[in-house]
Structure formats: structure tokens, C-alpha cells
Design a protein around this ligand. Structure first.
Ligand code: HEM
Ligand SMILES: [Cu+2]
Length: 608
């Protein structure tokens, strides 16, 4: 323990120029903050709740919209599961609708639910509050970001209603198949999907620039980068990743739209379709795969890094212990983020690329396991001998660690060319990615909602319903996805509408029925959660201020829940990291970030 702490020298740090890095005492740094101004607050209902520039309201708008579209993604999965489990009895979908459901489900879950929720939702709500800023640096642009997102969602929904229906090209949208006649939704569906994604990227960029610049430029006095909560590190790094990765998706969408509407041949080779030679020639379908996965792999971490950050904070607060190895955790986030840009072709081992190329990508992929494992060790070491409160956020955090390690281990298998080739496009892959980027991040989303709901609404979610929600979701997720690994081993292919004609599938029939029943139970439990979310808003038990006794700034605003401008007349000054729980020498169980060392005389201070 003593290694982590030094004596209480923070106020005299400036005098110690021998260390080489000059840091003036925090009181001497001139206040650059914009004072709270009356003019700046919204006056009417419309500017307060609808066209609102307050990042907190924008965060809630993002979160509600993402949840609504996510419900569509969930319902689509029920249709698919009924078809897979009981093809004779509950066949609501035809083959074409199945492909459309797979595609829309995948895209909705990855982009419109998880990305929007973590960055647009949590990012907006938490960044200004946690770094001690009044708001995002460009509130107007931030507002437009949400409205762009909403338009992108509406365009996506519109694609369900156009002739031919939504695209059924798979969430990877690979050309030439995506735009060739015969693929479901090759008429308007694919075009609307590409437009919707482009709008999403434009909207995201407006928000993303805000998140990055707010973290870099609008932190309050004393909030050094190495005192930021890991939540902010995760969201910040993920945003940088997204700003670098989404342009690849954006150009791919634009180029494919041109191929489709204007007959260019960026991705279209010379090709015959239904016995007829098409007007295309010279394009490269593989180029699309490279562009897609240059976005697609970092996308996994765009979802995972905020989850890593948030879960670190939840574990620390609910185990009343400082996060183990804070600096290591920060660097692991940054290194994982950087490495995630040089692994994309592990999604293309079966595309016919040169095996040496595969060797390179397998190596980089496996190297990512190192910083990732460090993070897992550090979470476990934070829990070790902690005063673990089995609150709902803690339960979900533990659920995250388990599902994430599970999904990560199958990732180590799939990262190797020789293992991936036979498993590629089987249910093993479906199991792997749902565990690692579906269920694990959702566990964090839920934990985070139970944790911050009192801050947002001033009330607690119903805890009994919460426990039911956790246990059914956690056990149910295993019931759904664990058997899928086995289905993959026996060779059940992914994206197949019907396969009971194949003799090797017979041992999978019972399992498929079991999975479907589990999926329906888990699905309905999410409706229970939504019920809890909405009814607790006005009926939930009132929460006292800072119910979890956390140290980070968002819980220490003058108004609870925080109002526009966040911190009232004066911004807080930060003296410490947010992990001062059970500090040696102090009689206080926890010391919030803005408590000056002079107020806690004997407490040791961590080395930051
Ligand atoms: C209980 C919740 C869920 C269920 C029951 C479910 C079920 C399914 C099913 C049945 C498929 C089609 C498999 C196939 O035929 O190949 C699928 C595909 C997929 N799911 Fe989920 N899913 C769930 C949650 C999620 C979440 C949270 C994500 C977020 C990452 C996600 C992402 C995907 C993706 C990316 C695909 C692949 C789409 C494609 O092959 O084009 N799912 N899911
Ligand atoms: Cu990948």
C-alpha cells in the first residue's frame, strides 16, 4: 500500500523543481474559467428540453434514441431466433427477411445502440461533469450532432418501409453482393443504409470533436490528465479512435453509393449477374473489405474502451479501494487504442490474402492481448481484499469481467490464421463477438445506468428488479452464447436461414431450441429493465446526494442533480485523483477530488 502513496506534499510541489517537471501550486494557476452567466441559460421549454445545448440533456437524448433503436435490434433478434430454434412452428421470416434481420440487427446493435450510447450518451453526460467543465466547448455543434444522429436513425428506419425493404447484405455490407440484384434490399435499402451511416459519421464527428477538445482544453484547475477518472480516459481514447476510423467507413459508403447510383466501379469488378454482363469493370471488392475493417476493428474498441474505463471506476467505488495501477490502466487504454489500427485484416484471413500478410496481422492481434490482460489483472487486483459491496453496478461489473475474459479467450483462438480458417463464418464467431462486444459492453452499460441514474434523476432504480435483471441477463447470456461455441465446432454456418436438412445439424436441434428460449427470456427481461427505467423516474426511491460515496466531481455539484452550467458560481479546484478510498492516515473513508490537502491533514497523497 505505502508504495502508492507519498507524504502530503502536493501543495508545495512547485518548490520542488529538482524533479524537472515544474508544476505551479494549484492556487497560483490563474482562473481561466468562464464565470457562470445568466444569459447563457436556456429560457423556454424548447431550448431547455428539445433544441438543448446542455451536454447533459444531449446525453440523455442520445441515450433514449439509442435505446429505442436498440429495441428494434432486439426484436429483430427474436424473429431470427424463433426461425433458428423452431423453423417448423414459428416461421415468421422468409429467407430474404432473415438476411435483412441479420443485417439490420448487427448494424443497429454495433453503431446505433452501443457507439451512440457510450460516446453520445455517456460521453456527453459525463465528460464535462467529470473534468470540471461547465459544458462541452462547442455546445451548439454538440446539439447539431444529436440531431444528425436522429436523422441518421430515421433514415435507417425508413429503409424498412421502402420497396424491397432494408438491405440484407450482412452488417459488413460487402460489395459486389450488396448492390447486385437478387440481394434483398438491393433497390433502395442499401442506399438508405449507406446514407444513414454517412449521416451518422458526420453527426458523430461534431460530437467527437467536442469530446476530445473538452477533455484537452476545458479541464478545471488541478485536473491534470493523470488525475482524470478512467471513465474519461476510456471515452476520450475511444473518441480519438472513432475520429480516425469513421472516415474510412465514410469514404467506403460514399464510394459504394456512387457505384450503386452512378455506375462507377470503385468496388465493382467486371461481373456477370444473372447471365448478363454488367456495366462495371476494374473495381476492387477487397478494397472495400480493407476500408470496412480499418473502421470495423477499431469499432470494437470504440465500444470496449469506454466500457473498460467505466468499469474501472465502478469497481473502485463499489469495492472502496483505489484502482490498482492507475497509470498502467491509462497506458493500457492508449496502447490498445493504437494497436487496434494495425490488426484489421484478421477479419480477412479467408479473403485469399497472402499468408505472410496473415502472419503479420495474427501477430499484432495477439499482442493486443498483453495490455488487455494487464487490465483484467488490475481489475481483479482492485477487487482483491477490497470492501466489496455487491450493489447492482458491482454485480454488472463482475459480470463484465467474466464475459469479457470469456470472449477475449475465444478471440485468441480466432486470431490465429490456422484456427480461424475452419471456424470462420461459423457460430463460433457469432458466440465470440456477442460475448466480447455485445454482452460484455452491455453489462457495463447496465452497471453504469444503475450507478449514475441517481445523479441524472435524483432517484434510485428499483433494486429488486435490478437484481432480477442482472441475474437473468448474466446467466441467460451464457445460456444463449455458450452452446453456440459448440454449434460452431460442429460446423453450423452463420447467417443461415435454415439448415435442418443437413445431417450434421441434427445434434444442434435441441441446442438451438434451448438457445431460442433463453434468448426470449433474456429479451423480455430487458423490457422489465425499461419498465424500471421509466417508472423509477418519478416513482423511484429518492436518492441522497452522492449515494455511492464516490470521489469524482460529477457527484459534488452544488445542485443535485446537476443543473445547466454544472458547478454554479465557481468551478471546483482539483487536488487529487478520484480513487482516494480508505486512504492510509486519514480518518475519512473517502476523499473527493476537490478536497484540499489541508482539510485532510494526515492523509497520504497518491503519486500523480
Ligand atoms: C440477447 C441479445 C441478442 C441476441 C438474441 C442476438 C442474436 C443474434 C442472431 C440470431 C444473429 C444472427 C446470427 C446468424 O444467423 O449469423 C446475430 C447476429 C449479430 N449480432 Fe446479435 N444478438 C443479440 C445482441 C447483440 C448485441 C448486443 C450486439 C452488439 C454488438 C449484436 C451484434 C450482432 C452482429 C454484429 C451480428 C452479425 C450480423 C451479420 O452477420 O451481419 N447482437 N445476433
Ligand atoms: Cu477485429
Amino acid at each position: 500500500m505505502s508504495e502508492e502513496y507519498t507524504d502530503n506534499k502536493i501543495e508545495t510541489k512547485a518548490a520542488d523543481s529538482s524533479s524537472g517537471s515544474y508544476a505551479p501550486p494549484v492556487e497560483k494557476i490563474p482562473a481561466k474559467e468562464i464565470p457562470d452567466q445568466e444569459l447563457y441559460h436556456a429560457k423556454s421549454f424548447w431550448t431547455k428540453w428539445v433544441f438543448c445545448q446542455d451536454a447533459k440533456v444531449i446525453g440523455v437524448q442520445y441515450a433514449l434514441t439509442a435505446t429505442a433503436i436498440g429495441m428494434i435490434g432486439l426484436v429483430l433478434s427474436w424473429g431470427m431466433r424463433l426461425q433458428l430454434g423452431f423453423p417448423e412452428t414459428f416461421s415468421f421470416l422468409g429467407p430474404a427477411t432473415y438476411y435483412q434481420s441479420v443485417t439490420m440487427h448487427g448494424m443497429i446493435m454495433v453503431i446505433y445502440l452501443l457507439t451512440a450510447l457510450f460516446l453520445g450518451g455517456f460521453g456527453n453526460y459525463l465528460i464535462p461533469l467529470m473534468v470540471g467543465a461547465r459544458d462541452m466547448v462547442f455546445p451548439y455543434v454538440n446539439m447539431v450532432s444529436y440531431w444528425m444522429f436522429l436523422i441518421a436513425v430515421l433514415v435507417l428506419i425508413a429503409s424498412f418501409f421502402v420497396p424491397g425493404g432494408p438491405t440484407g447484405a450482412g452488417w459488413t455490407l460487402y460489395p459486389p453482393q450488396a448492390i447486385l440484384p437478387g440481394t434483398p434490399g438491393s433497390e433502395m435499402g442499401i442506399v438508405l443504409m449507406l446514407i444513414s451511416l454517412s449521416l451518422f459519421v458526420i453527426g458523430f464527428t461534431m460530437g467527437g470533436l467536442n469530446y476530445v477538445i473538452t477533455v484537452l482544453q476545458a479541464r478545471t484547475r488541478g485536473m491534470t490528465l493523470m488525475r482524470m477518472p478512467l471513465t474519461i480516459w476510456g471515452i476520450f481514447t475511444a473518441t480519438v479512435l472513432a475520429l480516425l476510423a469513421f472516415p474510412a467507413l465514410f469514404v467506403a459508403c460514399i464510394m459504394m453509393t456512387l457505384d450503386n447510383l452512378l455506375g462507377t466501379s470503385f468496388f465493382m469488378p467486371e461481373i456477370f449477374s444473372m447471365g448478363e454482363k454488367l456495366e462495371y469493370g476494374g473495381g476492387s471488392p477487397i478494397l472495400f473489405q480493407h476500408l470496412f475493417w480499418f473502421f470495423g476493428h477499431p469499432e470494437v474498441y470504440i465500444v470496449a474502451l469506454p466500457a473498460f474505463g467505466i468499469v474501472s471506476d465502478l469497481i473502485s467505488v463499489h469495492a472502496r479501494k483505489n484502482i490498482f495501477g492507475y497509470r498502467m490502466m491509462v497506458w493500457a487504454i492508449v496502447i490498445i487504442g493504437a494497436l487496434s489500427f494495425i490488426v484489421w485484416a484478421h477479419h480477412m484471413y479467408v479473403s485469399g490474402m497472402n499468408p505472410w500478410f496473415g502472419f503479420f496481422f495474427a501477430t499484432t492481434t495477439l499482442i493486443i492481448a498483453v495490455p488487455t490482460a494487464i487490465k483484467v489483472y488490475n481489475w481483479v487486483l482492485t477487487l482483491w481484499r477490497g470492501n466489496i459491496h455487491l450493489t447492482i453496478p458491482m454485480l454488472f461489473s463482475l459480470g463484465f469481467i467474466v464475459t469479457f475474459v470469456n470472449g477475449g479467450i475465444t478471440g485468441l483462438f480466432l486470431g490465429n490464421v490456422i484456427v480461424d480458417v475452419p471456424l470462420s463464418d461459423t457460430y463460433f464467431v457469432v458466440a465470440h463477438f456477442h460475448m466480447v462486444m455485445g454482452i460484455a459492453p452491455l453489462m457495463v452499460v447496465f452497471g453504469a445506468i444503475y450507478h449514475w441514474y441517481p445523479l441524472i434523476t435524483g432517484r434510485h432504480l428499483n433494486q429488486t428488479l435490478g437484481k432480477i435483471h442482472f441475474w437473468i441477463t448474466f446467466v441467460g447470456a451464457y445460456a444463449i452464447y455458450f452452446p453456440m461455441h459448440y454449434l460452431g465446432f460442429i460446423g453450423v454456418p452463420r447467417r443461415y436461414f435454415e439448415m435442418y436438412d443437413s445431417p450434421y445439424m441434427t445434434s444442434g436441434v435441441g441446442l438451438n431450441q434451448f438457445i431460442t428460449v433463453a434468448a426470449l427470456i433474456v429479451g423480455f427481461t430487458q423490457i422489465l429493465f425499461l419498465y424500471n427505467l421509466f417508472t423509477s423516474w418519478y416513482k423511484g426511491e429518492k436518492s441522497e446526494r452522492n449515494p455511492w460515496k464516490a470521489n469524482s466531481l460529477e457527484w459534488h455539484t452544488p445542485d443535485y442533480p446537476p443543473t445547466h452550467g454544472n458547478f454554479g458560481k465557481e468551478l471546483p479546484v482539483v487536488y487529487r485523483w478520484p480513487y482516494d478510498f480508505s486512504v492510509p492516515g486519514s480518518n475519512k473513508e473517502y476523499i473527493p477530488q476537490h478536497v484540499a490537502p489541508s482539510e485532510v491533514p494526515n492523509a497520504k497523497v497518491e503519486k500523480t
